[in-house]
Write a protein that binds this ligand. Structure first.
Ligand code: ADP
Ligand code: ASP
Ligand code: MG
Length: 474
């Protein structure tokens, strides 16, 4: 029994969906011992972005925009239904269900427009609509292709806390629901189709697991059901040595360790959601990243690190964009205990995520990187915390530097391999790229540094070349 997750591009057109059906059928035909497949689907590509923009538009009472989104949602799904579903009764039922979902979506968008306020709870309700309509549609696409598929509502399978926008599963409740609802269906060798990304609280409020979270759904379900493998089917042939959209000669990695992929994902390689690895490690379930459009390619196998510890060195480069470097500066901080502790407490009180603390932190300055969209909140919190020090001039400024990108070089046993840092900095120096800041103390699996946005692609390419990542390592 395995879990197969298909991303937005994989379900983004009738042609892609035919491909998905062929992949699921091949898997079911090949199964011998534990039968059954859980198919986790994303929304069609672009749909979640569209819904998220519509939610914002509703808060601004932009009725034309919200209406256009509803119409586009209808058109995209109707086209697939018309093209791939032969049975007229099924087509009619899917159309009715889609219309009902759109009616509800309109009601929620209208109420946000009346209030003039978009809450994280409202946002989750709206953003989850793409998966909510895609899962029953994919179920029927598979059935039309002769596969014994059945839909299971993700919102009654995955139970989460109420941290809207980045909800976390309640593991034992989720496990017991999955086992009760899905095990009998899987034992019959069926394909159970469910939406990724979406879940609900114990009280039935709609939540999401965060952008890109369908991968995480697949891992949660895989762990809950003790799957034999979790497969992430996407639009590239596995995890590559860099984002192929930035480095055209990036190469597919045959294997990568859990710690390596966790760092890569955390630092921007969105081929897999960073939280995906945790449930897989917890249950010791194999993870593979595969290409829907090149299904015979072996893709990338994610393995436990012990086996590979000997393969030291940099394996891949990633970049995480839209960051902001926060600086607290002032000579009056010298010798005053507790400034850093107060600063980071203030940051954690506003729930901001610190991605990197920079080496230039000294007694005269503290420097760290947060996502740009939380920068204003962080700066305001720090100015409140240090208002007295600012008034008296002990702290001279608290500011943010936007348009910052963190570039990370990821590999195994970096600390124990001499010369890696030197190679990183000489490659960037040769390419005349200015390093704004470097991380305090490289971890054993990663070196990260900060560059300005306009230099990010050049930095990724320079490092990719410096470590000869386009060449197979044998
Ligand atoms: P899906 O919709 O299937 O979840 P995503 O767009 O979320 O797909 O992730 C796949 C994309 O991740 C690829 O198209 C690629 O541009 C990007 N990507 C970034 N870094 C890497 C990497 N190291 N290896 C492969 N793909 C990467
Ligand atoms: N559709 C969601 C998103 O775009 C979840 C996902 O694709 O994984 O963020
Ligand atoms: Mg994704």
């Amino acid at each position: 029994m395995i879990v197969m997750k298909f991303g937005g591009t994989s379900v983004g057109s009738a042609d892609a969906l035919r491909q998905v059906a062929a992949i699921v059928r091949r898997e079911l035909d090949a199964q011998q011992t534990r039968p059954g497949v859980v198919v986790v689907t994303s929304a069609m590509s672009g749909v979640t972005d569209l819904l998220s923009a519509a939610a914002q538009a509703a808060a601004n009472a932009d009725h034309d925009r919200t209406e256009a989104t509803c119409n586009l949602l209808r058109a995209q799904h109707a086209e697939v239904t018309e093209t791939l579903i032969d049975d007229a009764d099924v087509r009619w039922r899917l159309t009715e269900e889609l219309e009902e979902t759109i009616r509800q979506l309109r009601r929620v968008l209208d109420s946000i427009a009346v209030l003039g306020e978009l809450t994280p709870r409202g946002n989750d309700w709206i953003c989850g609509t793409g998966e909510q309509v895609m899962a029953p549609l994919l179920t029927e696409v598979l059935r039309s292709a002769g596969i014994a598929a059945v839909h299971a509502n993700a919102r009654s399978l995955i139970v989460t806390d109420d941290n809207f926008g980045a909800a976390e599963p309640l593991v034992s409740e989720t496990e017991s629901r999955c086992q009760t609802q899905l095990t009998p269906l899987l034992a019959q060798g069926r394909a159970v189709v469910t939406g990724g990304f979406i879940a609900s609280t114990f009280d039935g409020l709609h939540t999401t697991l965060g952008r890109g979270g369908s991968d995480y759904s697949a891992a949660i379900l895989g762990a809950a059901l003790d799957a034999d493998e979790i497969q992430i089917w996407t639009d590239v042939s596995g995890v590559k040595t860099a984002d192929p959209k930035v480095v055209p000669d990036a190469r597919s990695l045959r294997e990568i360790t859990f710690p390596e992929i966790a760092e890569l994902a955390y630092y921007g390689a969105r081929v897999i959601h960073p939280k995906t690895v945790r449930p897989a490690i917890r249950k010791g379930i194999g993870l593979r990243v595969l290409n829907t459009f090149e299904p015979d390619h072996a893709g990338t196998r994610v393995i436990a690190d012990e086996h590979r510890a000997r393969q030291a060195g940099i394996k891949a480069i990633s970049a995480i964009r839209d960051m902001n470097m926060i600086m607290i500066e002032g000579r009056g901080m010298i010798g005053v205990p507790g400034i850093a502790a107060r600063a980071f407490r203030a940051v954690s009180d506003v729930n901001a995520n610190v991605l990197m603390i920079s080496q230039s932190s000294s007694e005269q300055s503290i420097c760290f990187v947060v996502p740009d969209d939380s920068a204003d909140m962080v700066i305001n919190a720090l100015r409140r915390e240090f208002s007295m020090e600012l008034d008296r001039g002990y702290i001279e400024r608290i500011d943010g530097d936007p348009d910052i990108v963190i570039v990370a070089a990821v590999g195994q046993a970096i600390r124990h391999t001499p010369g890696i840092a030197a190679r990183v900095f000489s490659a960037l120096g040769d390419a005349r790229i200015n390093v704004v800041s470097i991380a305090q103390g490289a971890s054993d699996t990663m070196i990260s540094l900060v560059v300005v946005r306009d230099a990010a692609d050049a930095a990724v390419n320079a490092l990719h070349q410096a470590f000869n990542l386009a060449q197979p390592t044998g």
